[in-house]
Ligand binder design. Structure first.
Ligand SMILES: Nc1nc2c(ncn2[C@@H]2O[C@H](COP(=O)(O)OP(=O)(O)OP(=O)(O)O)[C@@H](O)[C@H]2O)c(=O)[nH]1
Ligand SMILES: [Mg+2]
Length: 292
């Protein structure tokens, strides 16, 4: 194992992935809940289970909800669609690739208006003017909440990047005269008791990278690929067999093939781990879904 402090590895029940601002975000969401008409729960299509906030029901009570699956372009549709079919029995679901200009804006706005039209009907009956709807955008870090908001707004109003923890504060964004959005920082929960969930979140960059043990994450990714996507492993890294109990040789092969070497042609393992993590993060590994 590498030199990372063991308290910081994902398989310990230590809460390094739960920094102070997440507790604060939850508190602030609770405070603003009365203002919220609808919740857009943003989910990474590659982790249809692991990227759902475990205590969201408790947080948002019975507010109407739309599930928005981002990064659909990067997922294994065969697997993700099975989850989506289940979720569709409970909530409206919209799946999207936010990198492309699809009709997601229209779908979301139409669905929102359909779910909330009674609000303005009631106001009309009371002789009140129409008011705009207010939507809360929530999800774990790095799922694409701010990208979604930019897509809905039709311009870059929220900062985005492929690392966890970009959005730091709650902020209201006026979409049009009918809808206002509340962007929020990504939240997790204090204890991730299911190890696979923790590793999935870590592998797909929803847990801040600097607190993780890279060797552990790279090992998880390679072992996962070997189990579920052996063809991808072979095509991407020319690995078709590995010893799951000792990945040293596998990392060495990848390091030599990909040129992750130090002086004297010695494999630089840290570079190998980073390469694997970045390949996945940058969508270079292919279409995969981590939950089973
Ligand atoms: N390929 C692909 N990338 C996406 C999609 N949606 C978002 N991304 C990328 O995912 C990364 C994270 O997006 P953000 O919008 O910053 O995520 P966030 O949920 O606001 O993250 P935090 O504010 O850190 O919680 C960015 O690099 C986006 O370009 C998608 O549908 N497909
Ligand atoms: Mg954000």
């Amino acid at each position: 194992m590498s030199s990372t402090n063991e308290n910081q590895s994902v398989d310990k029940n230590v809460i390094n992935w739960y920094p102070g601002h997440m507790a604060k975000t939850k508190r602030e969401i609770k405070e603003k809940l009365d203002l919220i008409d609808i919740v857009y729960e943003v989910i990474d299509a590659r982790m249809p289970v692991s990227s759902r906030i475990i205590d969201l029901d408790e947080l948002i009570k019975d507010k109407p909800r739309i599930l928005i699956f981002t990064k659909y372009d990067l997922c294994d549709k065969n697997i993700t669609d099975q989850y989506i079919s289940k979720y569709e029995k409970m909530y409206p679901v919209i799946k999207t690739n936010l990198k492309e200009n699809t009709n997601v804006t229209k779908l979301i706005i139409n669905k929102t208006e359909e779910l909330l039209k009674s609000i303005n009907l009631k106001r009309e009956q009371k002789g009140l003017v129409k008011r705009s709807y207010r939507a809360l955008v929530v999800g774990v870090p790095n799922v694409g909440k701010s990208t979604l908001i930019n897509r809905l707004a039709g311009k870059n109003v929220a900062k985005t990047a492929n690392i966890a923890g970009v959005t730091k504060n709650l902020s209201w964004i006026k979409l049009n005269k009918d809808i206002e959005l509340l962007d929020t920082p990504g939240i997790l929960w204090p204890k991730i008791s299911d190890q696979n969930v923790a590793y999935n979140l870590a592998s797909l960059t929803s847990i801040r990278e600097d607190i993780l043990d890279k060797e552990e994450i790279a090992s998880y990714i390679i072992t996962f690929l070997y189990q579920y996507y052996p063809l991808i492993l072979k095509e991407k890294y020319q690995i078709d067999k590995l010893d799951v109990n000792d990945l040293g040789e596998t990392f060495a092969i990848i390091g030599r093939k990909k040129g992750c070497l130090m002086k004297g042609n010695i494999v630089d393992y840290e570079k190998v781990y980073t390469l694997i993590i970045n390949d996945l993060k940058n969508g270079m590994i292919g279409k995969i879904t981590f939950d089973r």
